[in-house]
Design a protein around this ligand. Structure first.
Ligand code: GDP
Ligand code: GDP
Length: 464
């Protein structure tokens, strides 16, 4: 169930050129016999990760001059009618002519989602025309060059924005994407983006996990400011997952408590298994997972396993170094612990780690800030334009290696999902892509776009 796009504009703005670029083939529209009116045709088109159909409206202007106006108008209206989205093209070099305005009126009245593109923007002196294009009243013009391929990533982003993620990425696509996840760093790319936009109104879902006695229950009690949960040395008291809703500085929070990772000497095995399952459930449910460590005995094997699990599940981890009141040399210890975090958890460099005292409440504001900031990064979306400018730099300075004597060619990169950020790398021979180079790309992406501490997935995919 793909969508249909009509490219609309007065003659000579570059519709056929753009059409050919999207439909990926020369249709010999320009040198068609004058006077021959052809039927509108529909062609499959691709724009990076977008698959759609483009309605061919070109060639009408070759009709006899006396009927030109009328016929073009009629054909234009028909095409718009049939389309789910209109790309309205103007010529940035020529500026906005009366004919452009007439066509823009038709488009505006249709009420269809529209992307305004100012073509020939590579030309000298196109800046004035680009500004004029605003007067079409169709929003911000996207500067492109249909002939030279400039601005095409931005065109892709504008289409997604105008039409919405759900229309642009039908489910089949996502399943296919998930099926290719064998080549990903980490496990798979995760679920389909159900909530693409960052929504402040929705409660931010947090789970608190950690080894027994790390201070989970104490932390939750202090955070919500009431003795909702029992604390103490008794095993198994809070073994069920419990969710608590509350507000922090006006942000709605849904907190999942679990004593799931609790592991106390006297706990029966059955109970323990049940508890671990609870912990997993909490991680799956949460967006940000706080790993509570006892700073006096940090980074035990189980702590690392928990953190690794969170990252592999695609959730955003935040580390709380608890019982900080027991640390004599806070500055030095913090430096050591942060260094250890980077060394032991390289899968998601830059994980936020905050010293706290769950008992006294010190550091909890900083912890909440870290949670909200991490959640933002986890939701981050980067425009295709920016991504591909980044990729250009990478390819210039550190291109992919040759495999079996042949260089791998990377064509472009797009972000296909958030929560956590997931990217598709379109390239030749994706199966030959070395993991080390993918890791390099991941790290560079993380640094260049300031995405510390969250899982990032890159999936190489064959380009046509
Ligand atoms: P249409 O009548 O709207 O279908 O326009 P065409 O695609 O036939 O293009 C009209 C003219 O503009 C042709 O000579 C194209 O080569 C030229 N053209 C199309 N796109 C560009 C562009 O991005 N830059 C420049 N400089 N010329 C372009
Ligand atoms: P849980 O098993 O992870 O839920 O841990 P609890 O919240 O039950 O805490 C285990 C023990 O650590 C209790 O005796 C708490 O009083 C103690 N504790 C928790 N947080 C702190 C803290 O910030 N400082 C100190 N000194 N003790 C703490």
């Amino acid at each position: 169930m793909s969508f249909k796009v009509a490219i609309i504009g007065r003659p000579n703005v570059g519709k056929s050129t753009l059409f050919n670029r999207l439909a990926g083939k020369k249709l010999a529209l320009v040198d068609d016999t004058p006077g021959v009116t052809r039927d509108r045709r529909i062609h499959p088109a691709k724009l990076y990760d977008l698959a759609f159909e483009v309605i061919d409206t070109a060639g009408f202007e070759t009709a006899a001059p006396e009927t030109l106006q009328g016929r073009m108008r009629e054909q234009t209206e028909k095409a718009i009618d049939e389309a789910d989205l209109v790309i309205f093209l103007v010529d940035a070099r020529a500026g906005l002519l009366p004919d452009d305005k007439a066509f823009a009126d038709i488009v505006r009245k249709s009420g269809k989602p529209v992307v305004l593109a100012a073509n020939k923007a590579e030309s000298r002196g196109s800046e004035a025309g680009l500004l004029e294009a605003w007067e079409a009243g169709l929003g911000e013009p996207v500067p492109i060059s249909a002939e030279h391929g400039q601005g095409i990533p931005d065109l892709r982003d504008a289409i997604v924005e105008a039409l919405g993620e759900e229309r642009c990425f039908p489910e089949e696509e996502d399943e296919e994407f998930a099926a290719e996840s064998g080549v990903l760093i980490g496990e798979d790319i995760g679920d389909v983006d159900a909530e693409p936009a960052y929504d402040e109104a929705k409660p931010l879902r947090i789970a608190v996990v950690g080894r027994p006695n790390a201070g989970k229950s104490t932390l939750i009690n202090t955070l919500i400011g009431e003795e909702r949960l029992l604390t103490g040395p008794e095993a198994g008291i809070t073994r069920d997952s419990i969710s608590v809703d509350w507000d922090w500085r006006g942000r709605r929070i849904k907190l999942f408590d679990t004593a799931g990772m609790r592991r106390k000497a006297k706990v029966q095995e059955k109970l323990e298994k049940l508890s671990v399952a609870d912990g997993l459930r909490a991680i799956k449910f949460a967006e940000v997972v706080v790993v509570v460590l006892d700073s006096t005995i940090p980074f035990e094997k189980q702590d690392l396993q928990i953190a690794d699990l969170i990252i592999r599940e695609g959730r955003a981890p935040v580390i709380a170094f608890n019982k900080w009141d027991l640390i004599d040399t806070p500055q030095q210890t913090l430096a050591e612990l942060r260094e250890a975090t980077e060394r032991l958890l390289p899968q998601a460099r830059g994980i936020r780690a905050v010293p706290i005292s769950a008992e006294t409440g010190r550091g909890l504001d900083k912890l909440m800030e870290a949670i909200i900031e991490t959640h933002r990064v986890w939701n981050r979306r980067i425009s295709t334009g920016r991504l591909n400018r980044w990729l250009e730099g990478i390819l210039a300075h550190h291109p992919p290696p040759a495999v079996a004597g042949r260089r791998l060619k990377v064509k472009y990169v797009t972000q296909v999902k958030t929560r956590p950020p997931g990217f598709v790398l379109s390239m030749t021979r994706p199966e030959a892509m070395p993991q080390s180079y993918l890791r390099y790309l991941t790290n560079s992406l993380r640094e260049s776009f300031d995405m510390p501490g969250v899982p990032i997935r890159i999936a190489p995919r064959a380009s046509e």
